[in-house]
Structure formats: C-alpha cells, structure tokens
Design a protein around this ligand. Structure first.
Ligand SMILES: Cc1cc2nc3c(=O)[nH]c(=O)nc-3n(C[C@H](O)[C@H](O)[C@H](O)COP(=O)(O)O)c2cc1C
Length: 350
C-alpha cells in the first residue's frame, strides 16, 4: 500500500462516524472477496527490461477522453457523508490531478454542480432503475453536463448485505441527500416510497446496453464483469468497454479477485474494446501489474474516499498524483516509457 494511501486511511478511520467507516471499508457478509483483493495483485512478478532510454516516461492515457494518468476515481456513493463538499470536492481533486472520474449515480451533489468543477472529460455510473424515467432523466442531464461515457453497473441486481456489518447500525442518510439527483424525477406518489423506484431493476439484461447508448449517444462501459465469456456477450451487445470489478467485495462475497480474472477477460476481448479494472488497487505496483496484464485504465474506490475524508479536494488530488508519480517511477524501473509499451513489453513473468 502506498504510504500516502495508508496515511489517509488511518486519518480517515480516526475521524469518521464508525457506521460510515464500516460502510466504506467492509465487504459483503464474511468479507472474503474484499480480504483477498489486494493480495491478489501481489502474486504477479515483473520481468523488467533494462538498458533502454527511460529518461522520459509518459503516463498519459486516452480512454473516452484524454487524461494525464490511467489511474481513475471509481464511482462510490454518498460523498457528503465523507466531506461537507462531497462529490464537488472529489471532482475538483480528480480534475486537478488530471485523472478520470466516474461519478456515482448515488452522488449526493447534483450532477450539474459536480460537472461544473471538472476541467475535462468525466463518466457517469448508472443503474437502470425500476422507474426507467429516473435513469433516462439522469442520463440526459449528464449528457447535457458533458459526460463522455456511461458506466452501467451490472453486478447489483440487489444490494449486498453490508450496511450494518461492523458497526452494528446502518449509516444515517436523509432521503433529501440520497435522492438529490433522483428525487425530482419521481412523482409525489412514488416519492412516498422512493427506494422501490430508484433501486436497480433486477430484471435487466443485455438490452440495457443498447438502450443506454440510444438515449445518450455515449459509449457504454459494463462494470462488474468477472468472466471472459460474459465480456464477449457484452461487446456483441454494443458495449464500448468492459470494467472488471467485483464492486470492491461489496456484492457477491467469495467472488473471484479481479487481479485473477483480468488476463482471461483481456485475452477474450482482444483489441475489440478497452478493458478497465478496479478492486484492491492500493499502489503503483498494483497499477503497473494491471496495465501490464492489458488494462487500459485502473480505478481506485476506497483510497479516494479516505483521501476525501482526510483532506477534501486537496486530499483527492494529492493521493491521485502520488499514485501517478509512483507509476511513472516504476515504469522507468521496468524499462518502459509509455502505456503502449507497458502493455506490449511482456513485463509479467510467467
Ligand atoms: C463506499 C462505496 C460505495 C460504492 N458505491 C458504488 C456505486 O454507487 N456505484 C458503483 O458502481 N460502484 C460503487 N462502489 C464500487 C466501486 O466503484 C469500486 O468497484 C470498488 O470500490 C473498487 O474497489 P476498492 O475500493 O478496493 O478500490 C462503491 C464502493 C465503495 C467502497
């Protein structure tokens, strides 16, 4: 774990409500998947190249937008429980670091307000809600606000059991805050029982990909993919990207580690669409491993939240910049000077 990530984690742990801390850090049920996520990256070994000119190393990434780094901020819910400025602070920090930001559809700041802080491309994570009008309206607002891609979270037909694990009580969250984006699209009758309408519809299937593309005109990335054979079904159905994720161990516990399945997904998808990954990424070594295994971008969830709790926008900028700096340093030590080389140099020992 990068020392700064550890520092922010420890500062955050000391400063937040224990219920929120449990909500952020714990996995579903026994927490097997969340426990295995980080160590799975450490099973790989590098075969570095030497005596190559590495005096200049370029970490720039082009993936549904141009970024200074391939290390992005994954979508996570309810940032105003982490910091009073919420997702506005996260966006400001990510933007200052020049990294990809995927805003959660469970954002506690309005999409338009967050987008105004982003100096560059950003993506929106979306659920297909039981009341389709909510998803459709949020997608249209995001397009108008400048989103460059949609991320359909596919691993959450039902929400995993995790809110009360650890602290023994659920997080306190007013509907006003939780529904700041979705609430206005519900009728007064629906608003009487809002979660019956804004939870993801468990009956959705492959058609959701084309539907989201049709209403937005944006590329649709499918998030929550853990199988090679699934990824090709999604590409055939119109997905513009595959996001390998087990939701940070918060959905089906005992699901495989993303580090373990990434190579098979990349092999299956080939160059058809970019593959991105998240889960237990805590330092530049994990990032370099993921990129060398064929990922086009690598996302962090909890490290960004810990930085947000500890130091707001500045914390997010600091941690994302530190991860990028470490990646640049490690690329030099591995003998590669840009992301295309990381991918093609055969850096992973077999
Ligand atoms: C507190 C929390 C809230 C999350 N909320 C969402 C969400 O709203 N939508 C989503 O697609 N994924 C959500 N995720 C999953 C993340 O996008 C990501 O897959 C995961 O955090 C990556 O693992 P990491 O935290 O080990 O980096 C959430 C994760 C956490 C920790």
């Amino acid at each position: 774990m990068h020392p700064l990530v550890r520092q922010f984690r420890d500062r955050a742990a000391a400063n937040v409500d224990p219920a929120f801390w449990a909500y952020v850090t714990r996995g579903m049920d026994a927490g097997v998947s969340v426990g295995e996520a980080q160590s799975a990256w450490q099973h790989y070994r590098f075969s570095p190249r030497v005596l190559r000119d590495v005096s200049t190393v370029d970490t720039r990434a082009s993936i549904f937008g141009d970024f200074a780094s391939p290390i992005g901020v994954a979508p996570t819910a309810f940032h105003r429980l982490a910091h009073t400025d919420g997702e506005v602070a996260t966006a400001t920090g990510a933007s200052a670091a020049g990294v990809p930001l995927c805003l959660s559809s469970r954002s506690t700041c309005r999409i338009e307000t967050v987008a105004a802080e982003v100096n560059g491309p950003w993506w929106l994570q979306i659920y297909v809600t039981k009341e389709r009008a909510v998803t459709e309206a949020m997608v249209r607002r995001s397009v108008a606000a400048g989103a460059t891609a949609l991320v359909l979270t596919a691993d959450t037909p039902y929400v995993g059991h995790r809110d009360i694990v650890g602290s023994g009580r659920p997080i306190q969250l007013d509907d006003d805050l939780a529904l700041v984006n979705m609430g206005e699209h519900l009728s007064p009758e629906q608003f009487a029982d809002p979660w019956a309408h804004v939870d993801q519809d468990p009956s959705i299937d492959l058609d959701a990909i084309a539907w989201l593309h049709d209403i937005s005109g944006l590329p649709v990335i499918v998030k929550g993919v853990l199988r090679a054979d699934d990824s090709n079904r999604f590409v055939d159905a119109g997905a513009a990207g595959i996001w390998v994720s087990n939701h940070g161990g918060r959905q089906l516990d005992r699901a495989v580690s993303t580090a373990d399945v990434l190579p098979a997904v990349v092999a299956e998808v080939g160059d058809a669409v970019p593959v991105v990954v998240d889960g237990g990424v805590r330092d530049g070594y994990d990032v370099l491993t993921a990129l060398a295994l064929g990922a086009s971008a690598v996302f962090v969830g909890r490290p960004a939240i810990w930085a947000l709790v500890a130091d707001g926008a500045h914390g997010v900028e600091t941690v994302m910049t530190a991860l990028c700096d470490e990646l640049r340093h490690l690329m030099g030590l591995a003998g590669v000077t840009d992301l295309a080389q990381v991918r093609s140099a055969g850096l992973i020992a077999h």
